[in-house]
Design a protein around this ligand. Sequence first.
Ligand code: KG4
Ligand code: ZN
Length: 339
Amino acid sequence: ADEPLVLGIETSCDETGVGIVRGTTLLADAVASSVNDHARFGGVVPEIASRAHLEAMVPTIQRALDTAGIKASDLDGIAVTAGPGLAGALLVGVSAAKAYAWALDKPLYGVNHLASHICVDQLEHGRLPEPTMALLVSGGHSSLLLTGDITADVRPLGATIDDAAGEAFDKVARVLGLGFPGGPVVDRRAREGDRKAIHFPRGLSGPKDPEYDFSFSGLKTAVARWVEAKRRAGEEVPIADVAASFQEAVTDVLTRKAIKACKDHDVDHLMIGGGVAANSRLRALAEQRCERAGIRLRVPRPGLCTDNGAMVAALGAEMVWRNREPSAFDLSADSSLPL
Ligand code: KG4
Ligand code: ZN
């Protein structure tokens, strides 16, 4: 059978993403970001994101079609992030997807943002083995998900009980005066630092703590207190060492719990996705520890880890491939869509 040709639209946060795939082959990945419009507020402002999506939507779809060199009439389906995410932002994507699907007479597929962060790996490493353990770490989520059929069977084992991993990076960057978003800059500064310089707490790592849940707000507070004490004493804050030590605490817990989940559930493939999966220390540590544990590691390239349209198209193609029922045209955006 021919591999399904699918266009995917992602607008759950601040990136307007439009991707086009044929099966597991990436043909186009166009992204317009409003990240710079939010920087001076220190975080994503929902209303600004929605307006930016509205302006960028049609040109970004056009750019993706041009890059892929296909005719919209040849598409087998239009997929769109239905949630979770910012309600107003999601609504722009869902409305656009409906309009294109209706006008082109193509099936519409509303998909889950978290599942598409996992499915995107198929564009780089081929079909996901069943089962695969997925560690999903982004600005809004930090979860361990036991994954079978990615369109129907994604079982949450644990999640953060407070801040998401990316949120912790963003908050620590703010404390250090490094700007927004914090992940990439903390990652960069950490390279010149000593990750053993300061021992920051590893949340929920005690023997009686839930095995697959995460907590990063205590860590964030510990970093803020440490920096504050230095400043109060009139000492210089060793930014690179703080960045490296904080990053070590986050990635240590993430990799340890992910590998434990694999072992406990007898799963020998670990996939890491979401914006924080772009982190260089997380990638290196995961590689090291997976190798030692005999677990096969799959991490998409950084550009596919952060929000994009290709991941939505990848999951849409999987839905077509598996003959899943398309969404009805009353599909609505759901800011807290469960898996
Ligand atoms: O998946 P994503 O693009 O959007 C959400 O669905 O949240 O993730 C964005 C998050 C931000 O918190 C950002 O700081 C973080 O991913 N991030 C990183 C890196 N690149 C992006 N965190 C750590 N290291 C990075 N290199
Ligand atoms: Zn995301």
